[in-house]
Ligand binder design. Structure first.
Ligand code: ADP
Ligand code: TRP
Length: 333
């Protein structure tokens, strides 16, 4: 059996270059070697106020994006989190063994709860416990995510270890403890308006990110307006020049070159020469993805069929894992 991989993205808004380079593109390579389970985290999408009229459509859009980016539904399992009640049920069981103070420490909760003010939901705080359930149900070997999810993966490992300690024995753990898989390249794509902040769906400024569905003219304009600095020449890894590092890294990843090759090519360039090059490279890299995406979105029946099959394949793994945990915790059979 090949080793198993699991990951997911919330269907909130359009996916951007950070989601592609930090997550989806890695999955595409990993599916050659691993049995991949990839889902739309729609239960996570409702932890902050959401538009019910857009949720189902956004979920379908993310599925289409996965496939357009190169996830092969014949090889990898693509499914919708909320269609498997096992996720919510295991999250409840985990809720009862997770100390509250573990969740109070979560950076993402602290950041997101500030934005919600008085209305912050229990669900937002519980978000990482649901994520632990998402992961542990499939007992994956590795969980490929961007750098921002590292703390949630550590919590997942802690919850698995605690469950094993409380309800398993050393030689017979209840759940497998997974490893995070965080690739350095692309792990943190930064905002186009501030090189010290990550590119994010929730940034109020559209100019801060490049969406995978942005048309060529919009991509070119966003890159033209991207924040830069007055220093001469372009270089990687200068902490004083976060925007320069980010834009060069984007160019490196999207043109599939080594860092050394890009450093040499761009060393003497000014922004006026580099920005059109980056724009052209980005447009060329996204063009085949956009064509495939449009094709898929006009064939809803095909997408729905993939999700039906995905649900079945996912449930075949998730249901027995949940049953195993319930048995270990002593529930009546
Ligand atoms: P966002 O932060 O934009 O709302 P999500 O939280 O839904 O995006 O993230 C989905 C996946 O994309 C995760 O694996 C996350 O680590 C990755 N990801 C999101 N933003 C970035 C980024 N700027 N750089 C690299 N990876 C990212
Ligand atoms: N929290 C993740 C994010 O914002 C999405 C997610 C939910 C996830 N469940 C997961 C990622 C399980 C990996 C594994 O990106």
């Amino acid at each position: 059996m090949p080793s198993r991989i699991l990951s997911g993205i919330q269907p909130t808004g359009n996916l951007h270059l950070g989601n592609y380079l930090g997550a989806i593109r890695n999955w595409v390579t990993l599916q050659e070697e691993y049995d991949c389970f990839l889902f739309m985290a729609d239960l996570h999408a409702v932890t902050v106020p959401h538009d019910p009229a857009a949720l189902a459509e956004n979920t379908l859009k993310v599925a289409a994006t996965y496939i357009a980016c190169g996830i092969d539904p014949a090889r990898s399992t693509i499914f919708v989190q909320s269609q498997l009640p096992e996720h919510s049920e295991l999250a409840w069981l985990f809720n009862c063994i997770t100390p509250l103070n573990w969740l109070e420490r979560m950076i993402q909760f602290k950041e997101k709860s500030v934005k919600q003010g008085e209305n912050v939901s229990i669900g937002l705080m519980d978000y990482p416990v649901l994520q632990a359930a998402d992961i542990l149900l499939y007992e994956p070997d590795k969980v490929p995510v961007g750098e921002d999810q590292k703390q949630h993966l550590e919590l997942t490992r802690d919850i698995a270890a605690r469950l094993n300690f409380q309800f398993g024995s050393e030689d017979k753990p209840v759940l497998k403890v997974p490893e995070p898989l965080i690739r350095k390249a692309g792990a943190r794509v930064m905002s186009l308006t501030d090189g010290t902040k990550k590119m994010s769906k929730s940034d109020p400024s559209d100019q801060s990110r490049i969406d995978l569905t942005d048309p060529p003219a919009v991509i070119t304009k966003k890159i033209k307006r991207a924040k830069t600095d007055p220093a001469r020449g372009l270089e990687f890894d200068n902490p004083e020049r976060p925007e320069c590092n980010n834009l060069l890294s984007l160019y490196q990843l999207l043109s599939d070159q080594t860092q050394a090759a890009v450093a040499a090519e761009c060393e003497a360039m000014g922004w006026g020469q580099f920005k059109p090059l980056l724009a052209e490279t980005t447009v060329a890299a996204l063009q085949p993805i956009q064509t495939k995406y449009d094709e898929l979105m006009s064939d809803r029946a095909y997408l729905q069929q993939i999700l039906v099959e995905g649900k079945e394949k996912a449930q075949a793994i998730a249901a027995p894992t949940l049953a195993k945990v319930k048995t270990a915790m002593g529930f009546a059979q």
